[in-house]
Design a protein around this ligand. Structure first.
Ligand code: ATP
Length: 235
């Protein structure tokens, strides 16, 4: 799915979290949105998903979605994995996956089979309560739950947060595999290095504005730019 955002603006009272953001994610791409704390990354994700009031234009495959409600946006194949994963700890793995499928028209058995193929670990733990899964398994479950809705655009908000390095690598490998099945990905991250390894292109947000965009490889090579906008600490 192609996503086009033109001049998106979001305010929380006096705070202008997005001050006119424009960006494009082409069908089949992985695009990273990078930026320090408070840059507006999560707000951008919420604006696309219809979880905050926003101004500006948001087009999904050319169709305006900025006036749609969150559940209508999910039905169009735009699915967000929220920051912190938010699996339902008291429910089993299977029940969490059932919830992910609620707003989808795709056959349940087919989606479940696709998720189990992508994450065999989940298949082995269907009856286990999500709260007792390891952090890495919960991340897989959050991704699996999103895949149950058969996304065409997957939005990930800080998938590396709180995970050990090996699990971060596994998560990013899963993103590549999901992308290889044709799912377009918007990746919101603070982990600059890994994001630029997996992404095709990237945008840098500072205080609610895009200050740079380009090919991921270019950004990786540009240490000066990284030091300037991304703190350089993640190098
Ligand atoms: P982080 O990586 O820390 O999550 P972020 O880049 O995702 O940062 P946002 O969470 O989008 O940034 O926040 C952007 C700005 O909007 C910040 O200044 C933040 O304090 C403010 N903000 C976010 N949510 C709210 C809210 N519900 N009410 C008021 N201000 C908010």
């Amino acid at each position: 799915m192609k996503l086009e955002i033109e001049d998106a603006r979001v305010s929380y009272g006096e705070v202008e979290a997005l001050r006119g953001v424009s960006l494009t994610v082409n069908a089949g791409e992985i695009v990273a949105v990078l930026g320090a704390n408070g840059a507006g990354k999560s707000t951008l994700a919420r604006a696309i998903s219809g979880l905050v009031a926003r101004r500006g234009r948001i087009l999904a495959d050319g169709e305006a979605i900025e006036r749609l409600r969150a559940h209508q946006i999910v039905r169009r194949g735009i699915v967000q994995v929220p920051e912190g994963r938010h699996v339902f700890p008291g429910l089993t793995v299977r029940e969490n996956l059932v919830l992910g499928h609620l707003s989808s028209r795709a056959p349940f058995a087919e989606r479940l089979a696709a998720v189990c193929e992508m994450f065999p670990r989940l298949a082995e733990r269907m009856a286990q309560r999500a709260g007792t899964l390891s952090g890495g398994e919960q991340q897989m479950l959050a991704l699996g739950r999103a895949l149950m809705a058969q996304p065409r655009l997957l939005i990930l908000d800080e998938p590396s947060m709180g995970l050990a390095p090996a699990l971060v690598k596994a998560t990013f490998a899963a993103l590549r595999a999901i992308n290889a099945t044709g799912v377009t990905i918007l990746l919101i991250e603070q982990n600059v290095n890994l994001s630029l390894e997996v992404a095709h292109r990237a945008y840098v947000l500072v205080l609610g504005r895009v200050v740079h965009q380009g090919a991921a490889q270019e950004l990786r090579a540009d240490q000066g730019l990284q030091a300037l906008y991304l703190g350089g600490s993640a190098l």
